[in-house]
Design a protein around this ligand. Sequence first.
Ligand code: IMP
Ligand code: MG
Length: 174
Amino acid sequence: MDKIKRIVITKEEIDQRIKEVAKEIDQMYQDGKPVLLVSILKGAFIFMADLCRAITIPCEIGFMCAKSYYEGTCSSGVVNITMDLDRDISGYHVIIVEDIIDTGRTLNDVVNLLKARNPLSLKVVTLLDKPERRLVKFDADIALFTINDFFVIGYGLDCAEKYRGLPYIAEYGG
Ligand code: IMP
Ligand code: MG
């Protein structure tokens, strides 16, 4: 536990932002068409669980596991889906629910892949955004928190698969 430096975002701050963003989402999708929340595993699983319970419009949930492969610093343009959605998204407003946007590579690839499947609309909600680290230009539609360039754990985010269960987001490293 000694590598946990400081709490960056408390559970109360996360809860408050989720309430605000859930309200925004409720207001954005008023056309009665089906809404699908797509969580990118594993990091976004806790955020997804809290966000989907705060949203009051009817929505379905789906999960994807994505890995991107790169040669050096250049994207090969290939996103390898190790677990895909279980339905056709063409009749849905899709909202991707992500834990953190770092270089932007993963989400850029996932968005291009899902766009090609012709959803009614596609938006990205991320818990955290680290814009200083971007290697691929990518903007989320909604970011709950913007942080500087340091490594964080907790609330779904891991370091070597540990600390995902912490209720807060903390800076990690030594
Ligand atoms: P990228 O935007 O394609 O670079 O990759 C983002 C992914 O890297 C996220 O979905 C996380 O799984 C992981 N990641 C990036 N920064 C952090 C961090 O500070 N803590 C934990 N995981 C991170
Ligand atoms: Mg992730």
